[in-house]
Design a protein around this ligand. Structure first.
Ligand SMILES: [Zn+2]
Length: 414
């Protein structure tokens, strides 16, 4: 199973928007660009919403059938570890091996020594096609990288072998993710992490590093765009080099996690893909559910009441909802509208505050981020929320498709 050059990870917390999401890929295909969908849902999301991995497979299959999609599609066991991989085994064919829990824990001394000895031949000035200045590699640097990442990659190897034993070699796509670590990985770190991935015989087709800058949920990139661009291009060069040097899968590509809404880095990404011919997996941050709220607000009446109630409840439960996401959101409570203000808003005002249109002066990123983590509130509403999704399905679907196609696919791939 070889994943296509361009793919997009779409999340759908309440499992009602599969067809609306796929519609965006259908439109991209009509423009001549194939971007294949990967439906992803993490163990954390399943636990909060009380859904099981099988439901994602069922939703994906139904969407594909409804739209006569004849391309590939995948179901991603997102950020799984040894503890929960079994739950995803039957329904997934894309596995994101999360190694973040083990970065920083050192592998046994003997393993580190073996790794450093094996890769000492790269010590000195290493020329990598596509990178202007040669990389400065020292023995100490290789040792530091091994101490920081070797155990984590070995752990990924163990998860990979567990999946391979259950599903059979070549029957699924493997991604290695390190985005939920404290520090970004430099291109040199990426090089030796890929060496370790190859040593573990993990046929990784995508790799998700932590990039420089902040990738907050559902809002734009915060950081030095020029530095991001440099590092992104260096990562592409390192991957192309590592594929040849270490015998990794030819189609190995970068995966950008929490990649939705990072509008200010899309142009550098688009340029880099065009210049190098590299592929990309763009994993979104579960923002489809915000389009549901936008659609409900625009519908007015009961839809607007549901959207207002979700916000008011979320505001009252600020700490509880924000704590699990503390490292990936930046909310200034002083900039949040009060419950009374939101009650006085029209549906259009609510939608404009939430919709990610930076040119609109009503857009409020603090409001947007709080609602992003407020899906637990909607989950607790149960049938009231789900019935509203059904009642106002057309206007919601329109917003879901438009968000993926206009604000994402078009800007990066088309
Ligand atoms: Zn991630």
């Amino acid at each position: 199973m070889i994943i296509e050059k361009f793919s997009m990870g779409v999340g759908d917390r309440f499992a009602h928007q599969g067809a609306a999401q796929l519609q965006a890929m259908v439109q991209a295909k009509a423009d001549g660009v194939t971007v294949v969908p990967v439906w992803n849902k993490s163990h954390r999301e399943h636990s909060i919403i009380h859904t099981a991995p099988d439901s994602v497979r069922a939703e994906a299959a139904a969407a594909v059938k409804a739209l006569n999609w004849d391309g590939s599609y995948y179901v991603d066991a997102d950020h799984i570890g040894l503890k929960n991989v079994d739950l995803f085994m039957a329904s997934s064919d894309f596995f994101t091996l999360d190694v973040a829990d083990f970065t920083g824990e050192a592998a046994p001394e003997a393993d580190i020594k073996k790794f450093v000895d094996k890769y000492s031949k790269y010590v000195g000035k290493l020329e990598i096609p596509g990178i202007d200045a040669p990389l400065d590699i020292t023995k100490q640097l290789i040792e530091n990288i091994a101490k920081k990442y070797l155990l984590a990659v070995k752990q990924a190897g163990e998860i990979y072998r567990t999946i391979e034993a259950a599903k059979g070699e070549g029957n699924f796509v493997t991604e290695v993710s390190m985005d939920e670590t404290d520090d970004p990985q430099t291109p040199v770190e990426m090089l030796f992490i890929l060496a370790a991935v190859a040593d573990e015989n993990i046929p990784a087709q995508t790799i998700a590093p932590k990039f420089t800058g902040r990738f907050n949920k559902g809002v734009d990139y915060v950081g030095d765009v020029a530095q991001f661009e440099r590092e992104f291009n260096e990562d592409l060069a390192v991957i192309a080099y590592a594929v040849k040097e270490f015998g990794l899968p030819e189609n190995l590509k970068l995966s950008v996690h929490s990649g939705s809404d990072k509008f200010s880095i899309y142009e550098p990404i688009r340029k880099a893909l065009k210049a190098t011919g590299a592929g990309l997996h763009l994993k979104t941050a579960g923002t489809t559910w915000l389009e549901e709220l936008i659609g409900l607000a625009m519908a007015g009446g009961d839809g607007l009441t549901v959207a207002r109630d979700v916000y008011k409840s979320s505001l009252g439960r600020f700490d509880e909802l924000c704590t699990p996401y503390a490292t990936v959101i930046d909310i200034d409570p002083a900039k949040l509208p009060t419950a009374d203000e939101v009650d006085s808003w029209t549906g259009e005002q609510y939608a404009a505050a939430l919709r990610h249109d930076q040119s609109c002066e009503l857009y409020n990123p603090d409001f947007r981020q709080l609602l992003h983590v407020g899906y637990k509130v909607a989950a607790e509403m149960g049938p009231r929320y789900l019935d509203a999704l059904k009642e106002f399905a057309p206007i919601i679907a329109q917003n879901v498709t438009e968000n993926i196609y206009d604000r994402h696919l078009k800007r990066i791939f088309i």
